[in-house]
Design a protein around this ligand. Structure first.
Ligand SMILES: Nc1nc2c(ncn2[C@@H]2O[C@H](COP(=O)(O)OP(=O)(O)O)[C@@H](O)[C@H]2O)c(=O)[nH]1
Ligand SMILES: [Mg+2]
Length: 316
C-alpha cells in the first residue's frame, strides 16, 4: 500500500473517537431491547460525535424503520445496523487515495491549502515521508511566505526528512517560490512536488486570490498541475471545518481532504459530516505530530475502528 502505517498509530489515533462513539453506543445498546427512547439516545450519541445532525437523523431513521418493521429488536443487532449504515454513507467518493499514487506524469504536484494552524505544514511533512518511504523523490516548496517562521518550520522538516526544499524570503512572493519549485522539480526529475501555502493573509479574499495565482503559475511550467489540491481540516474544529471547506472549494478545486488531528478528538464522526455536506473525499487522516502519523482514509476500517471495544481490536 502507498501509505504504510503502524498498527499502534491506528490504535492510538482513533482511540478517542472510538471510545466516544463506539463505546458510547455500545453502552447505550449492549444487552438492551430497542424502544423509541433508546433510539433517541443513539441519535444524541451520534450528534455529540459530530456526525452531523442530518446524517445522525438519517442513520437513526433507518434504525427506527427496521425496529418498527420488527426486523431489529436487540441492541447488538442495532449496533451492526449502525455500522453498516455508516459504511454505506462513507462509500465513494470518500476513501480514494491520492491521485499521485496512480499518476505517471512527473512531477506530480500536490497543492496543500487550509486555514492557519490546521496542520498544513505538518501534513506536508507526513506526505513527504510516505512518498520517500515508497522510494520516490520529493521536493518541497515553502510558499507560506506570510507567517514569520513558516519557511523555517518547513525547512526543519526538509532537513529531518532529507528532502530538498525551495524557499523564498518571508514577505516575498509565494507565487515566485511556487514557480521556482515547479521549474526545479522538472529540471531535477523529481517525482512529487509538495507545495505548502499560507493559511491567513490580510483577508480571505487576498488568500484565495493568492492560491489561484500560485496554482496558475505552477501550470505555466507543468500544465496539468496540480494533480491534487488537498484541503487540510482540523478534526477538532467540528462543524467549523465545513465552513472553511466551502470557502476553499469555491476558490480552488479541492480534490481531497486531509483531516488532521484525528488523534486529538472524540468527534471523529465529523468525517461523515464532511462527506455528507461536501462530497469531497477524505483521503488521508492525521493521527499525531510525527511524520509517520498519517493513514489513508478507508471507510470500512474507520467504522470498524470506531466500533471496536477498546481500540485493541482494530483490524488492519
Ligand atoms: N495531535 C496532532 N497534532 C497535529 C496534527 N497535525 C498537525 N498538528 C499540530 O498542529 C499544530 C499546527 O500545525 P501546522 O502544520 O504548523 O499548521 P499550519 O499552520 O496549517 O501549517 C502543530 O503544533 C502541529 O504539531 C495531527 O494530526 N495530530
Ligand atoms: Mg504552515
Amino acid at each position: 500500500m502507498f501509505f504504510k502505517s503502524a498498527i499502534e498509530a491506528v490504535r492510538r489515533g482513533l482511540l478517542r473517537t472510538a471510545s466516544a462513539v463506539g463505546a458510547g453506543l455500545r453502552s447505550v445498546l449492549h444487552g438492551r431491547r430497542l424502544d423509541d427512547a433508546l433510539i433517541d439516545e443513539v441519535q444524541s450519541q451520534l450528534i455529540s460525535a459530530d456526525v452531523g445532525v442530518r446524517a445522525a437523523r438519517e442513520i437513526v431513521d433507518s434504525l427506527r424503520t427496521e425496529f418498527r418493521a420488527g426486523r431489529i429488536d436487540r441492541g447488538e443487532d442495532a449496533l451492526e445496523h449502525l455500522k453498516k449504515r455508516m459504511k454505506e454513507r462513507l462509500a465513494p467518493p470518500a476513501g480514494k487515495t491520492l491521485e499521485i499514487a496512480a499518476t505517471t506524469s512527473k512531477p506530480a504536484v500536490v497543492l496543500v491549502v487550509g486555514v492557519n494552524g490546521v496542520g498544513k505544514t505538518t501534513s506536508v511533512a507526513k506526505i513527504a515521508h510516505s512518498i520517500r518511504a515508497s522510494g520516490r523523490t520529493v521536493l518541497l516548496a515553502a510558499a507560506d511566505t506570510y507567517r514569520a517562521g513558516a519557511v523555517a518550520q518547513l525547512g526543519v522538516w526538509a532537513q529531518r526528512l532529507g528532502v530538498d526544499i525551495i524557499r523564498g524570503a518571508t514577505g516575498g512572493d509565494p507565487a515566485a517560490v511556487a514557480f521556482d519549485a515547479a521549474e526545479a522539480a522538472v529540471t531535477r526529475g523529481i517525482d512529487v512536488l509538495l507545495v505548502d501555502t499560507a493559511g491567513r493573509l490580510h483577508n480571505e479574499e487576498n488568500l484565495m486570490r493568492q492560491l489561484i495565482k500560485i496554482r496558475d503559475v505552477i501550470r505555466r511550467r507543468i500544465p496539468d498541475a496540480p494533480h491534487e489540491t488537498l484541503l487540510v481540516l482540523d478534526a477538532t474544529s467540528g462543524q467549523n471545518a465545513l465552513v472553511q471547506a466551502a470557502a476553499f472549494q469555491k476558490a480552488v478545486d479541492i480534490s481531497g481532504i486531509f483531516l488532521a488531528k484525528m488523534d486529538g478528538t472524540a468527534r471523529g464522526g465529523v468525517v461523515i459530516a464532511i462527506h455528507d455536506a461536501l462530497g469531497i473525499p477524505v483521503k488521508l487522516i492525521g493521527v499525531g505530530e510525527s511524520p509517520e502519523d498519517v493513514q489513508p482514509f478507508d471507510a470500512d476500517r474507520f467504522v470498524d475502528a470506531v466500533f471496536s471495544v477498546d481500540g485493541a481490536t482494530i483490524p488492519l
